[in-house]
Design a protein. Structure first.
Length: 319
């Protein structure tokens, strides 16, 4: 197959490029580097089965030749990014999804939307099944991301129903692993980087809020299976293991051997109190469930950030 992936230079997009290439497919990667990094794709440049286009997907996108799939992963995806770039986040979720769907329609290609557990907002149902419609504040600061993704799901289903486009929707829960940006503000990368630098660990609220953490390899496996499946309905892909934020901080401190102290801060507005996927549908339809537990995933992720922190500190000393 020949696959186009928007957001290809991002954390998840770059891992998906690797997976599709490893399976023998050709990949066209698209990114404008608002939050993506060229380093994430450097190892693919020059390959005959990989082509890269630097492009803003909210603008008209033309690609020569056939496409069998379009995977739309372009979007700021961490609170730091979408709070700093609210308009870009809304545009890529609306205009960007529209353009990517138009390309899929024109090429008669299967379309997969990267949605998010944030469509559930601060949930009143726990764990969250795909049938839950969510509890989202549309005018709160997080609404720019939540509502962008909810709109993206709506237009994806409209293209499926009205134009007959083959569509898939993955609702991604907290994911971590190598290639995350150290400054992206996500809780796993935050804690690891702070611990390795010896900085205080920033816990918001009392740390009793829960999250479920999926290692990137597990997520990519689920997405790949979903893309190849015939399941049209939104599908949760995440690890149902549930931890408090404070438990994560303590685990990171233990595994890094850091002497950092936990420092509490006020809880951000509309911060979800709980987050845990119901993956019954993924198990039944895809035969998928996560295999990497939190400790193993952290043991694979910490060395990546240790190298990043050491390189940053070395570069700072040479200035």
């Amino acid at each position: 197959m020949r696959i186009l992936i928007t957001g290809a230079a991002g954390f998840l997009g770059s891992h998906l490029c690797d997976r599709f290439l490893a399976e023998g497919h050709h990949v066209v990667g698209v990114d404008n580097f608002i939050t993506g990094r060229p380093d994430n794709l450097a190892h693919l440049m020059g390959r005959r089965d990989f082509r890269f286009l630097e492009h803003d997907v909210t603008e008209y996108l033309y690609v020569e030749g056939p496409l069998d799939g379009v995977l739309h992963f372009a979007s700021p995806a961490s609170p730091v990014d979408y709070l700093e770039k609210p308009i870009q986040t809304l545009k890529v979720g609306s205009l960007g999804t529209h353009k990517a769907l138009g390309l899929a329609k024109a090429k008669n290609a299967r379309f997969l939307l990267a949605s998010t557990s944030e469509v559930y907002g601060d949930p009143l149902v726990h764990p969250q099944p795909e049938s839950y419609w969510g509890n989202v504040n549309p005018v709160g600061p997080r609404g720019v991301y939540d509502e962008a993704k909810r709109f993206a799901e709506a237009i994806t289903m409209a293209y499926h129903r009205f134009h007959g486009v083959e569509t898939r929707i993955v609702r991604i829960f907290n994911t971590y692993g190598p290639r995350m940006r150290p400054e992206d503000g996500r809780v796993v990368s935050n804690f690891i980087v702070q611990a390795l630098r010896g900085d205080p660990i920033s816990v918001y609220g009392d740390g009793a809020q829960t999250r479920s953490f999926t290692y990137v390899d597990d997520l990519v496996e689920g997405i790949y299976r979903l893309f190849l499946s015939d399941r049209v309905e939104p599908t949760n892909i995440g690890n149902p293991g549930e931890f408090t934020v404070r438990q994560l901080a303590e685990r990171v401190l233990e595994m890094t051997g850091s002497a950092s102290q936990i420092q509490t801060h006020p809880l951000p507005e509309d911060d979800p109190k709980v987050r845990k996927p119901d993956i019954t549908a993924a198990r039944a339809a895809l035969g998928w469930e996560p295999r990497v537990n939190l400790e193993e995933g952290l043991s694979r992720t910490i060395p990546y950030f240790r190298q990043v922190v050491e390189e940053t500190q070395t570069a700072a000393r040479t200035l």
